[in-house]
Design a binder for this molecule. Sequence first.
Ligand code: FAD
Length: 564
Amino acid sequence: HPSASKLFVISSLSSGVLIAYADSPSEGGKSVVELNQKVPQKKRVVVLGTGWAGTSFLKDLDISSYDVQVVSPRNYFAFTPLLPSVTCGTVEARSIVEPVRNIIKKRNGIINFWEAECLKIDQANGMVFCRSTIDENLAGNNEFSLQYDYLVIAIGAQVNTFNTSGVLEHCHFLKEVEDAQRIRRTVIDCFEKAVLPGLTEEERKTNLHFVVVGGGPTGIEFAAELHDFVHEDLVKIYPSVKDLVKITMIQSGDHILNSFDERISSFAEQKFQRDGIQVLTGHRVVSVSDRLINMRNKATGNDDSIPHGMVVWSTGVGTRPVVKDFMEQVGQGNRRVLATDEWLRVKGCENVYALGDCATVDQKKIMEDISEIFKAADKDNSGTLTIEEFQDVIEDVIIRYPQVELYLKNKHLFDVADLLKDTDGNDRLEVDIEGFKLALSHVDTQTKSLPATAQVAAQQGAYLSRCFNIWEKCKDNPEGPRKFRSGGRHEFRPFRYRHLGQFAPLGGEQAAAELPGDWVSIGHSTQWLWYSVYASKQVSWRTRFLVIGDWSRRYIFGRDSSRI
Ligand code: FAD
């Protein structure tokens, strides 16, 4: 580094010497350490994030072929579907986390992990700038940079307040393990405050009014957990205030769980009604203060305020600042979410991949691709195709977007094509491409953005590692497995998401599940299915034992109400 005044050799890596420079200037006047591999023998892969996508990528990657460096502010993987259970002590926080270094150790090879936050991606120079989240190190700095040949961005998303006033200051979120632990302490605080002497009944009621904003799966699961915690454990410990507890759920849509099947959504509404959980649908929160939550009834336009003891904000996710900055660099500044192609490569970058909640497969690009495929097939620009050409087009579209296959086999296909005879009397099809694209966009397929779920993130991580693992082989055979009329050949088949269903635990040992093939299951047996699936999905035997142990402990002794 030209401006470095001190030089430290930190260690030797498989790929060459790792040199660190200190006292070099960086943004904000802080020094930057550059972790610079000298003439790397292997391609350098930098992975940002150790959540569902990042960990799933690392678990399957052939690390003998790459020099892998991982950056994340958390040195653990968290099993997020069990976070709502942590808020009430059904499961302990440490039972749902697995240290990243344990995951890395199992790989029998070198993966470097740096507990740090990526502050900036410099796409032009192939570098990422990071800052350690722990105190400054001995060299007196906590910033460093890494160079990459391939970058895998898997940093997830952040909470979305929709710029609602007072939310950041006065609401709890349920995104990280620390959030769940904070909620657990605050619930107990609310009860302890409510039983203090000298309070009026109104003040006690306010302290015990728990409000959940957002009627999606996370909000619902938290409300259900809280209801169970209060009615199974806390009412026995705080009998004097047991009749003052209230849980309210505010949802801007017309129904809760509206991404689920209608049967599940209405079952959840009825169950909550029976349990005494108030559900206010069609209400939008406009501001939150330390004691009041102000909302507007969307139908009448009337404003209303309710006092609260605690608010949990669970209304969806937004893009992290580092990703927004990167989007500006790659010409995606006008988009809401980072767009990738169906090989999960960031649009406009050859060597950057984005997985999980921080990115989405670009629908516009898919539609452009379909136009391209049609144009390439229509060699004489006549606007018509022979039936064979049309069949080839369909095959190409299916290879790229496998989820449309079922739809294309349907009768609708010929709604967008007219059968004509050409001058030689051969059959030709006149295809209304716009109509075709429109028809595809209505199908619930890959052409729509995938949901921000662990399932998608984990499948994307596993897919990308498979691609990286066969890359060398593909170089010997650059033609790749399939030919695409537009854009030439590609080494890999595109990412294909397999939806395995989704659960919504509703409390009282009941759950609802939407399973593949339009199967809906609701009730106590579904709760047992939920237990089995979530136990089997744990990343290690250690966490599996801990989680099952916690469930058994809760069953025998109830939840722990200490405020620690
Ligand atoms: P994450 O898992 O969020 O991981 C992001 C990683 O990036 C983390 O390691 C983070 O520390 C790291 N990071 C953040 N910023 C930076 C930075 N600047 N530099 C480097 N690293 C960074 N999905 C389901 O399918 N089923 C469920 O039941 C379910 N339940 C959920 C319950 C809750 C309470 C929550 C919050 C989510 C739930 N989800 C569920 C959604 C699921 O957790 C997410 O879709 C999934 O975590 C996305 O994976 P990801 O790898 O993209 O991001």
